[in-house]
Ligand binder design. Structure first.
Ligand code: NDP
Length: 283
């Protein structure tokens, strides 16, 4: 029988546990503050930002949302980020992606100070992660590693296959698994015989953005299957990258929704607290 990994519940426990730390920081006169900048009207972005704000406020993190029009220039956005970089009362800065075409995402990502880069996307943070000396870690793969720990899933020595190689999910996921002593294979749209590779996986992480792409014939009996995908169907429903029939063969499976998504937000909160503590020399 497949075990469903309850990301929602684990996220709730994780954020509940943070309240105590936030209280302690406040007693010392430190109010953890997270700035989220959103440019334009992308609908999915608006929902993500609202969810992050709701969770932050519910546990006592000061959440500052800065909404800018889609016509915002790159230089104006850089100037705003520079202000937040210099502001000692701001501990985490996140720019919601995607950005409008006139703004270079790479430039923006690189403009956030690594010590405030709560998304962990800055090249310095990616480099430190690869060298197994992390400062800030991309929240989605970080949340997945936390799921393994919470469900006593030992990754050491296991065959781990990551489907997808984006800078925000696939690549940092592979680095974290490698740091945890898994044997890691990263696959992508040019991979040949993908199914032959995924069938070897003890741990299979799928992040490609194609609804129900991985079927039960692609999965080894008893494998741990992590579905990162969030695909909006024409019906309006949300679907993962993994087909429901995978539950017939998997040992563990994350649902969509209520799987990886809530853990991503919980890790964002945890990382805000970690960066806050670091900035004031605690922990
Ligand atoms: P990207 O579009 O940036 O990357 C997709 C990756 O999948 C690419 O590396 C691409 O390969 C690969 N790919 C695409 N099609 C195939 C295929 N047929 N076979 C093998 N590989 C394929 O996506 P993201 O990593 O940003 O996101 C992936 C999914 O995860 C999306 O559904 C997104 O919404 C979701 N997501 C969910 C989050 C959460 O919190 N739950 C957070 C972030 C993302 P190539 O490099 O060759 O093009």
């Amino acid at each position: 029988m497949v075990k469903i990994i309850d990301g929602k519940e684990l996220a709730q426990t994780t954020t509940d546990n943070l309240k105590f730390e936030i209280e302690n920081l406040k007693k010392k006169g430190v109010i953890p503050a997270l700035v989220v900048i959103v440019v334009g009207e992308d609908q999915a972005s608006q929902i993500y930002v609202k969810n992050k704000h709701r969770v932050a406020e519910s546990i006592g993190i000061k959440s500052i949302i800065t909404k800018l029009p889609s016509s915002t220039s790159e230089s104006d956005l850089l100037a705003l980020i520079s202000e937040y970089n210099e502001n000692p009362d701001v501990h985490g800065i996140l720019v919601q992606l995607p950005l409008p075409k006139q703004i270079n995402e790479k430039k923006i990502t690189e403009s956030i100070r690594p010590e405030k880069d709560v998304d962990g996307f800055h090249p310095v943070n990616i480099g430190r992660l690869v060298m197994n000396d992390p400062l800030a870690i991309p929240c989605t793969p970080m949340g997945i590693m936390r799921m393994f720990t919470a469900y006593d899933i030992d990754v050491e020595g296991k065959n781990a296959v990551v489907v997808g190689r984006s800078n925000i999910v696939g690549k940092p996921m592979a680095a974290l698994l490698l740091n945890a002593n898994a044997t890691v294979t990263v696959t992508h749209s040019h991979t040949q015989n993908l199914s032959e590779i995924t069938k070897q996986a003890d741990i299979l992480v799928v992040a490609i953005g194609q609804a129900n792409f991985i079927k039960k014939a692609d999965v080894k009996q008893g494998a741990v299957v992590i579905d990162v995908g969030m695909n909006r169907l024409d019906s309006g429903k949300l679907a993962g990258d993994v087909d429901k029939d995978v539950s017939d063969v998997a040992g563990y499976l994350t649902p969509v929704p209520k799987g990886v998504g809530p853990m991503t937000i919980a890790m964002l909160m945890e990382q805000t607290i970690e960066l806050t503590k670091r900035s004031v020399g605690i922990g």
